[in-house]
Design a protein. Structure first.
Length: 593
């Protein structure tokens, strides 16, 4: 599915950032304050205590609030708690991560896989992946107890995965299983086997660790409605019966979810009970953190101004979201002049020129966007192998603004309508984005960057309502030559490559990548090879080669990888965050205070 989630701060700071952005895009990046941010505006929820101009009284470091329970303030409430129903990226995934487990997990300190309810990570070397790369065998951990007291066996694993595919709920992620799996079998009580339709190097990272593959208690489901194809299970949507370190005690709608330590947990137990408060209003979260009512809050860069320097508060900004902000180039052969906005003066195949695409990449003011719109929280990466996942090559070439080289490239491409090169004739082209958020700001940065290079270059920014953008974005062909959004977050590079770079992939087909790649067959073959290569070193080498090729023949402008900001009390011990876990990228069982 296509991710359209935008943080609340993007809307809240829009007016401020729009005023800043011209200076940010044309000024000296060294003059920018990377810690600059704006304060969050009040939302619809009224805090228990009305905010005043007085600073809240803040507890000292030794005055730990709410002893025995970790209190987190989230910015939204789950829609469902059922792994078979939860939508990727939705708040329910946060809860599932805490109370359910999967066969394999992503290690806290990186993209590596570690055993979960399986005792080993399948590899060719340990014989748990067949020689043809199709069959994966999972030894199931013995002595594991579900929250309802039943014992985990391989039957529960088979039941959990088959249940997801049988229910096939449209809002869920059942396709991760049904699109990959040919068959499944229980070999014995503690051995589960799955055979894939096609060889897949990404299966373990992108499927087995996904929240949809969480293992549920067969006994609990069958006692509460069972499996009805195409229909949600009301009990499972509101309750949780997993094997994880936390047991859900109560879900107080619009207020909080309360968890207690699972005393029968097979692994390292949680240190504290857990309460997740629903606090959509950013003012409530900020005031609660400063007062010590919350141990941690869901935050973003706009919070920095309100909490930076507050006594007893730590701000962490070391992570990156796996959702690169991109500007797409459209080269679809089905795109005709009458489908384009009337103001556009370029032909539908304008971006079929590699030189034009390179020139746009070299003109964009990355520093201005990062230090202005993102307040310095983020990083640069021009490839669809984001920083932080397996396969990212830190030595791959990265685009930076180079106006002299951009001018050379624009001068090298003749305008087919006559008058000389595009540098001499100029052009007008429209970029569409959802209005009043970060994506529109990225489009404005592009507009100002191009105008700063050559006054004859006119980028028309169409900031439209979300519904109109979604309609255009879902069209084939997309009726614009450029659009701005963020990528879906994935845990494996193959998902990014297939969706955003493969000439025959999701966007490759819609945008006509085969019409534009200098060597589409080589790109396709390398991506397909990376999808099947089971040796990690060989696979990483493939993605390294791809990142160099896709730098030279770019299909996107990757404006930035947006940074992660976390705010918590200094008394929080054992803090760790991993962007490969569902937002807010936290496993609360690891913390103490």
């Amino acid at each position: 599915m296509s991710s359209t989630r935008t943080s609340g701060w993007r809307v809240l700071i829009l007016l401020v950032v729009l005023a800043m952005v011209v200076a940010a895009c044309t000024g000296d990046p060294e003059d920018e304050d990377p810690g600059a941010s704006t304060t969050a505006a009040a939302g619809d929820t009224t805090p228990d205590t009305e905010p005043t101009d007085e600073e809240p009284e803040e507890p000292g470091d030794s005055d730990v609030s709410n002893p025995g329970v970790f209190v987190h303030a989230a910015d939204d409430e789950p829609i469902s708690l059922d792994p078979a129903q939860v939508e990727p990226g939705e708040g329910g995934e946060t809860m599932i991560l805490q109370a359910y487990e999967r066969l394999l997990e992503i290690a806290p300190d990186g993209p590596e896989l570690v055993p979960g309810l399986a005792t080993e990570v399948p590899t060719l070397d340990n014989g748990l992946i067949s020689e043809d790369g199709l069959t994966f065998t999972f030894p199931i951990r013995e002595g594991v107890t579900f929250h309802d007291g039943s014992e985990l066996t391989a039957d529960d694993v088979l039941y959990s995965w088959q249940r997801v595919m049988d229910m096939a709920l449209p809002e869920g992620a059942s396709g991760l299983l049904s699109d990959n799996i040919a068959s499944m079998a229980v070999v014995d009580d503690y051995t589960f086997e799955v055979t894939l339709q096609n060889q897949s190097a990404s299966f373990l990272r992108s499927v087995v660790t996904a929240m949809v593959t969480s293992i549920v208690s067969e006994d609990a489901v069958e006692a509460n409605g069972g499996v009805v194809p195409g229909e949600p299970n009301e009990f499972m949507a509101q309750n949780m019966v997993g094997t994880g370190p936390y047991v859900l005690d109560v879900w107080n709608r619009n207020e909080n979810l309360q968890f207690t330590i699972f005393e029968e947990y097979w692994g390292t137990p949680a240190n504290l009970d857990l309460r997740i408060d629903v606090a959509a209003d950013p003012d409530v979260r900020v005031l609660g953190l400063r007062a010590g009512d919350y141990d941690m809050i869901e935050a973003d860069p706009s919070f920095i101004g309100d909490i930076e320097g507050a006594e007893g508060v730590n701000i962490f900004s070391g992570g990156l979201l796996l959702e690169p902000i991109h500007i797409g180039f459209n080269m679809s052969s089905d795109l005709t002049q009458d489908l384009l906005p009337p103001a556009d003066t370029v032909p539908p195949d304008f971006f079929a020129s590699k030189e034009i695409r390179q020139a746009f990449n070299l003109t964009f003011d990355y520093e201005g966007f990062l230090n202005g719109a993102l307040g310095g929280f983020g990083d640069f990466n021009p490839h669809y192998v984001p920083i932080g996942i397996f396969g990212h090559d830190p030595d791959a070439p990265v685009y930076a603004q180079d106006l002299a080289r951009a001018e050379e490239l624009f001068r090298s491409v003749e305008n087919p309508n006559g008058g000389g090169s595009y540098w001499d004739t100029g052009f007008t082209v429209t970029v569409v984005a959802e209005g009043q958020n970060l994506f529109e700001i990225a489009a404005i940065v592009l507009k100002d960057s191009m105008a700063g290079l050559n006054p004859l270059f006119d980028i028309q920014v169409a900031g439209v309502a979300e519904a109109l953008f979604d309609e255009a974005h879902a069209s084939d062909p997309v009726p614009y030559l450029m659009w701005v959004k963020n990528a879906d977050p994935f845990a494996d590079p193959d998902a990014f490559m297939q969706a955003y770079e493969h000439p025959d992939g999701e966007w490759g087909v819609v945008h006509g990548f085969r019409n534009a790649y200098e060597d589409p067959d080589t790109i396709a073959q390398l991506i397909d090879d990376g999808a099947q290569e089971l040796d990690d070193d060989a696979r990483a080498a493939i993605y390294s080669e791809l990142q160099t090729l896709l730098y030279d023949d770019p299909m996107w402008i990757i404006a930035a990888q947006e940074g992660i900001v976390n705010a918590h009390r200094e008394w929080v011990q054992g803090f760790i965050l991993n962007p490969l876990w569902p937002r807010p990228n936290i496993k609360f069982a690891l913390f103490d205070k």
